[in-house]
Design a protein around this ligand. Structure first.
Ligand code: 5GP
Ligand code: ZN
Length: 114
């Protein structure tokens, strides 16, 4: 997708602060961190929203969650705790329409979220 910000990061046209790359995903630090650790886990393949996922994407989603778990351990927040979430569409707070998992931690998270 030519005009997609996260596709540009996948292709290297824009270079975010990468923390991990795998065959299927990249992970980088959020430009406006909402917690001491705020990392986005992004599949290399362009998928606009959670609504576009199919059953065939189950393994990819599993890998995204497992990557979040590994990065949480690397960041030293596995034991203290962290939050993983995906916003869907405008009402869910999504602003970049290429799916991504947010990994947030390093402070006490609150509930309900805003
Ligand atoms: P959403 O609101 O779609 O769930 O999350 C999009 C996230 O992407 C936001 O947390 C926002 O701060 C982050 N973001 C937007 N533009 C950039 C950018 O150019 N670089 C990085 N690293 N993060 C970005
Ligand atoms: Zn994209």
């Amino acid at each position: 997708m030519r005009d997609c910000l996260f596709c540009k990061m996948v292709s290297g046209k824009i270079q975010p602060q990468l923390v991990r790359t795998t065959e299927e995903c990249i992970a980088f630090r959020d430009i406006h961190p909402q917690a001491p650790t705020h990392i986005l886990i992004v599949p290399r393949r362009h998928i606009a929203t959670l609504n576009e996922l199919t059953a065939a994407d189950g393994p990819l989603l599993g890998k995204m969650l497992l990557l979040a778990r590994e990065i949480a351990a690397d960041e030293g927040i596995a034991e203290s705790g962290y939050r993983v979430l995906m916003n869907c569409n405008a009402g869910g707070g999504q602003t970049v329409f290429h799916i991504h998992l947010h990994l947030l931690g390093g402070r006490q998270m609150t509930w309900p979220p805003g």
